[in-house]
Design a protein around this ligand. Sequence first.
Ligand code: SF4
Ligand code: SF4
Length: 205
Amino acid sequence: MMGLKKALEAVGVRAERAAVPVKSLLVAWGLAACLDSDMLYMPGIGTRFVIQALMVALQEDELTFTPKQAPFQACIHCKRCQRACPGGAISPQGYDWRKCLRAYEDGPQMPAWVMERMTCLLGCEVCQDVCPLNHFIQPRPVTEEEKAAFDLGRLIAGDIKPALALIGKNMKKGGKLTAQAAVPTKTGPICCPFWRSRPREPTAP
Ligand code: SF4
Ligand code: SF4
């Protein structure tokens, strides 16, 4: 984001980070659809993306984008996310952020019930993993550098610099990375920074 801002400013275009409701705008413009899991889905991309907005100062004759598509539905309401969600955040009543594990990841320490249900260090990912709309996305291989950085013994011993270099310093707060690595869960210690592909249900609901 900051790289793009600098690049624009280098060619004389003023740009500022914009606090606008990006999710609602993309849905209203027909560029994305909101799913039962509360994830945003884009055709050809799935739900595994992050969006940030920049506000740019352009002359009127430089404005070329005119949204033309009507809003669309994508969710097939198969309930796979509802069945798989470790927090029980997705139900016929909708999505409840208070039960979503992702809502507790930014603070220095996560509540015990969240720690117990985590399956990887970054995000929760379960609802995205089981969603058939994402099944065309394959996990990429983990590199040797990444494996070494997230070695369980290394993280528990507090040697977290190589891992932080890959995932950012936010995970350092309150010894979070080491604490999470030391927590045993049903699927093993949560030292893996990546989502693990789970056995998938047949595509037909
Ligand atoms: S898993 Fe099924 S119900 Fe849940 S968001 Fe994906 S398509 Fe919709
Ligand atoms: S991120 Fe995890 S806890 Fe949150 S809705 Fe998805 S599966 Fe549930």
